[in-house]
Design a protein around this ligand. Structure first.
Ligand SMILES: Cc1cc2nc3c(=O)[nH]c(=O)nc-3n(C[C@H](O)[C@H](O)[C@H](O)COP(=O)(O)O)c2cc1C
Length: 295
């Protein structure tokens, strides 16, 4: 499978919305993993520039994350069909419309999935690999835990499966490989990399977090998001409990990841997974990759 990715290690740096910009993607590629570029909020012109920036920084493979509900998704895919990248990861929807076209030009299609039903749909589409993402992950999540999900997905489909959610070091990688996963996708552990372009305050909040520091907002909006608890999440739960409508709830959350990235750790959404409790320092990407794959 590492050959399918073309990387030294069977490691995917999960897309981090507005965060996994070329700087992080290049660092991960140089360390032997598959860096995944976030396209959240990008225009197609910006996507093109950022892909050029990655290519100028590394000759190693990388991927582009396509969040399938993005308003300009058709435009972005049209660009990627004309200018092939090594791989795409897809989330928040089905890549049915364009998976085969991308594969026909040599782009690997890796689908991030939250349950067996979606895994089977993706297998029927003929994607190249799956990332089975458990609900302990940071960011937008499903309902199944990594341990239960990974085993059941591996039983259900005949595709290489990467495990995501709660992976932090070589022990957790080995655990996932013991279940039959070919590799792992990691998000939270990369939040505190030196190369990760978020405020020091966000990084310190992840470092301070314990095992129970995360909560899940957005249930009432059908869009569950795991993040660190703070003043914003308290306000959100208060509003949800008092029956506030979707407009009010969106008003609290919209743009809040950007505030966290900029350093407002009380009023921003600090997306992070439950494994944040084991993140203890700011360090280079290469050290994080070495902890996951020491050999
Ligand atoms: C800050 C943050 C932003 C994320 N943004 C995205 C995203 O834009 N697209 C996506 O497919 N997954 C996203 N994820 C999920 C990660 O790619 C990855 O699957 C997840 O973090 C793995 O679980 P872990 O956090 O326990 O390592 C995000 C996760 C975090 C922590």
């Amino acid at each position: 499978m590492t050959n399918v990715l073309g990387t030294k290690y069977p490691l995917i740096q999960g897309a981090l919305a507005q965060i996994s910009t070329p700087q992080l993607v290049i660092a991960v590629a140089k360390a032997g993993g598959l860096g995944v570029l976030t396209t959240a909020g990008l225009t197609t012109e910006q996507l093109a520039e950022q892909i050029d920036e990655i290519r100028a920084g590394t000759d190693q493979p990388f991927a582009v994350n396509l969040m399938l509900q993005q308003p300009n998704i058709v435009d972005m895919v049209t660009y990627l069909l004309a200018h092939p990248v090594p791989a795409v990861t897809t989330s928040a929807g089905s890549p049915k419309r364009f998976a085969q076209q991308l594969q026909a030009i040599g782009t690997k299609v890796i689908a991030v999935i939250p349950n067996v039903k979606v895994a089977q749909k993706m297998a029927a589409l003929g994607v190249d690999a799956l990332v089975a993402e458990g609900m302990e992950s940071g960011g937008h999540i499903g309902t199944q835990t990594t341990l239960s999900l990974v085993q059941q997905v591996i039983n259900a489909v005949d595709l290489p499966v990467f495990a995501a959610g709660g992976i932090i070091d070589a022990k957790s990688v080995l655990a996932m490989q013991a279940l039959g996963a070919v590799g792992v996708q990691v998000g939270t552990a990369f939040l505190t990399a030196e190369e990760t372009p978020i405020s020091d305050a966000y990084k310190q909040a992840v470092i301070q977090a314990g095992d129970t520091s995360t909560v899940v907002t957005g249930h009432a909006l059908g869009d569950a998001v795991r993040c660190l608890q703070n003043s914003l999440t308290a306000k959100y739960f208060e509003a949800e409990a008092s029956g506030a409508d979707a407009k009010v709830l969106h008003g609290l959350l919209d743009g809040s990841l950007g505030r966290a990235i900029a350093g407002d750790v009380e009023h921003g959404t600090l997306m992070a997974g439950q494994i944040a409790g084991m993140v203890s320092r700011i360090e280079p990407v290469a050290s994080i990759v070495h902890r996951l794959f020491p050999n």
